[in-house]
Design a binder for this molecule. Sequence first.
Ligand SMILES: Nc1ncnc2c1ncn2[C@@H]1O[C@H](COP(=O)(O)OP(=O)(O)OP(=O)(O)O)[C@@H](O)[C@H]1O
Ligand SMILES: [Mg+2]
Length: 345
Amino acid sequence: MTAPLLSIQNLHLKMSSFDGRAHVLNGINLTVNRGEIWGLVGESGCGKSLTGLSISRLQPTPPAHYVAGEILLEGQDLLKLSQAQMQRLRGKRIGMIFQDPTTNLNPAFRIGEQLVDVALAAAEHDAGVLDCPPNAGRRARRIAARKLAGDMLARVGIPNAQARLDSYPHQFSGGMRQRVLIAMALIGRPDLLIADEPTTALDVSVQAQILELIKNSVNDFDMGVVLITHNLGVVAQTCSHVAVMYAGNIVESGPVAAVIGSPVHPYTRALMSAIPTRETKRGMLRGLAGSVPNLIVPPPGCRFAPRCQFALPACTAAMPAAVPVGNDHAAACIRVAEMEALVHG
Ligand SMILES: Nc1ncnc2c1ncn2[C@@H]1O[C@H](COP(=O)(O)OP(=O)(O)OP(=O)(O)O)[C@@H](O)[C@H]1O
Ligand SMILES: [Mg+2]
């Protein structure tokens, strides 16, 4: 049996800050296969970005401390690689799109040069990235890389793309820069794409176009995707699977239709009922009572227990393990079996 594309096993991460050490990832388990788009959702501060940054190993240590666990890319533990080895994987095997586009383009270089550099580096790992023979000379490879850069820029919806390759980042709007970063992440045909709120800064029509591009790229390049978002609409529209995070744990995961269609964890249910629908009357929108816990002194056992209307004394004894509730669908709650009855009874 071949190893899954990405397998995160029991990942524990602590972050040092002036206030102390926060236990921000508390035993994350996540498996992503090629062809799958996993949405990673949850409230602000629950550890979505740090999960993504851990996979790409872009979170400096310190302040990060990997306390336990493994992050396996086709069986190879990324946590055991040196930064130099990681650098060789980034852009080629792992593509990344980040929350803040302004910090990720070099202001001193033209957009085209930055895309060409990534394409040439990726072609060293996978000659198929460039449309030219593998033994082509330097000049021919550069020409092919520039053609590819223009094509990618056009695919992310930049008008007049070939000419815009000569622009500098400051000549692009924020939304256009974000699209350049998406082109940059896809140009090397990564096996795994980590996209952290890739469309938050974009207007709705461009957002739909980018999500469509990510979906098509999954088919074209046979990649796997981790799509971090707080927008369940984006998940429903784009993802095949979803993992719901709460305070450093994945509390529920599985195929989108199962998790969104029949959520079982009390947190997922609360998250869903906080979304307005056409039937929601004014003033009826239910927020989630309480706030995200302090992760320096996290609540014992299930971290959601202090806010959970179904909590029992046993919930604070130990962090509940993920219990299967259907095909590939699992929830970390000791009361999942009773949930249907509790909610409707
Ligand atoms: N550099 C850092 N130093 C100390 N603590 C940090 C650091 N970065 C993040 N944290 C803490 O780790 C927790 C998880 O942060 P993370 O950025 O992963 O959240 P998130 O789920 O991506 O939230 P958002 O939806 O707001 O982007 C937060 O409680 C945050 O305060
Ligand atoms: Mg984040």
